[in-house]
Design a protein around this ligand. Structure first.
Ligand code: HEC
Ligand code: HEC
Ligand code: HEC
Length: 358
């Protein structure tokens, strides 16, 4: 009995039990909301329904932020919240797309809960509608958010290869990719344009220290490591840019190729996700606690990661479901981390493997 109370207290402190209760509440609210929507649209033409922000809010958000937006407990109010009413909606879009954790001060009170990511749960139009609703309800008054703004925030990869290069790489390799006497050219560089990009990805992930000969000239400098400084998606974007700029004409690089060739990036990102979301139950060293030890765990150390990923996605017993709270690439990263840490030695997990689990 004491044990159970202790567990419950621990789990409640983590917000997990609350979250599960809230999920149940959200489901009930959802059934009501869907019922309302169906009742309303029944018999009308459903050509291009623009999503109903209020219904989306009641279905997905009100369990935590309350139907009147006043929040409560660990959940901050959205009504009369300065950040919610900011003219520039970029930060709000990021919060809803990617979730956020950690200290946030609203109306003089500090909150530190876990706002889930909605990236894989809601479309651009739905996120735009729910934020437009939140920004106009309960006395709030801020400009609406458009689906185009959400789309642009959602897909930094497609936009950012060139921008990432300008920010992180051009100081050394030069905007025209031709390099200098100290820094090798990336334009017309056979390593960059090789049909198999894994050697190049390895250099970007891990860095490298000379000497290095490119097209007959030898360089002897240090290429910094981008491990933990760029995500796999960012590395895929910048690598794709290198392979298609300045007359280079090689195939694009996917996030999966980076995860496979550059597992250390996943490991680094995964370590941070584990510390934030999992170590409270599984122990910082994977030695267990409320949850079982993951170090030396045969369920983790298998070549086929599907059963383990299913547990992480769907939850089981006291193990919470992470679907909707972590993106597929975050789950791939944390799974790669636990399979490569504390003496575990199973292979990396790709985003595609996570996404394929229903
Ligand atoms: C499981 C509970 C939960 C659900 C469901 C939830 N949120 Fe949150 N939300 C939070 C928490 C906790 C925070 C504060 C996070 C922090 O401390 O960093 C937050 C923060 C926010 C913020 C940032 C407020 C600020 O002051 O910057 C916005 C905006 C927001 N949520 C909107 C939404 C929307 C829209 C939905 C539905 C699509 C939603 N939330 C669903 C828990 C939740
Ligand atoms: C501080 C300077 C510096 C920055 C910033 C830098 N590099 Fe490098 N890079 C180098 C040097 C020096 C080398 C050669 C290293 C050697 O001699 O082994 C190199 C090598 C490379 C190579 C290998 C080329 C080959 O022929 O094998 C690639 C690919 C590369 N860099 C890409 C990038 C990308 C992408 C970025 C930005 C994310 C970047 N670099 C940022 C200095 C830099
Ligand atoms: C609230 C505590 C809690 C948190 C937080 C938590 N887990 Fe768990 N986890 C558990 C429990 C309890 C089990 C065992 C479930 C059962 O009894 O069936 C478990 C089981 C697992 C298993 C299966 C292990 C096996 O031997 O069956 C994996 C893998 C796992 N968790 C990974 C994670 C990852 C990754 C995270 C973070 C994203 C995480 N857990 C966060 C409590 C937690």
């Amino acid at each position: 009995m004491v044990r159970i109370t202790h567990w419950a207290a621990l789990a409640a402190r983590l917000g997990v039990v609350t979250m599960k209760l809230n999920a149940a509440l959200a489901l009930v609210a959802g059934i009501i909301a869907v019922g309302l929507i169906l009742a309303r649209v029944n018999g009308t033409v459903l050509a291009q329904p623009s999503p109903d922000g209020k219904a989306i809010f009641l279905l997905n958000c009100s369990a935590c932020h309350r139907p009147n937006g006043a929040g409560g407990g660990p959940y901050p109010p959205l009504a009369k919240n300065a950040a919610v009413n900011a003219i520039d909606s970029a930060a709000l879009i990021q919060t809803v797309l990617n979730g956020r954790t950690g200290p946030i001060v609203v109306n003089g009170r500090q909150y530190g809960g876990n706002m889930p990511s909605w990236r894989n749960e809601l479309t651009d139009a739905q996120i735009a509608a729910v934020l437009s609703y939140v920004r106009s309800a309960w006395g709030n008054s801020a400009p609406a958010v458009s689906p185009e703004q959400v789309a642009a925030a959602r897909a930094p990869v497609a936009l950012s290869g060139e921008a990432l290069f300008a920010i992180h790489c051009a100081t050394c390799h030069q905007t025209d990719g031709k390099g200098t006497r100290l820094f090798p050219p990336l334009a017309g560089n056979p390593v960059v344009t090789a049909s198999d990009p894994s050697a190049m990805i390895g250099v970007i992930v891990n860095g490298r220290h000379g000497p290095l000969t490119v097209n007959g000239t030898t360089y002897n400098g240090t290429m910094p490591t981008w491990k933990g400084r760029l995500t796999n998606a960012d590395i895929a974007a910048v690598a794709t840019y290198l392979r298609s700029a300045w007359g280079n004409a090689a195939s694009p690089v996917t996030e999966q190729e980076v995860a496979a060739a550059g597992a250390p990036v996943s490991v680094q990102v995964g370590a941070a996700i584990f510390a934030k979301n999992c170590s409270a139950c599984h122990g910082a060293g994977g030695t267990g606690g409320i949850g079982p030890a993951l170090a030396g765990n045969p369920y983790v150390n298998v070549s086929n990661p599907t059963p383990m990923l299913t547990t992480i996605l769907q939850g089981r017993g006291l193990m919470p479901s992470w679907r909707g709270q972590l993106s597929a690439s975050d789950i791939a990263a944390v799974a790669t981390f636990i399979r490569a840490s504390w003496g575990n030695h199973a292979g990396p997990v790709t985003t595609a493997q996570v996404s394929s689990i229903k």
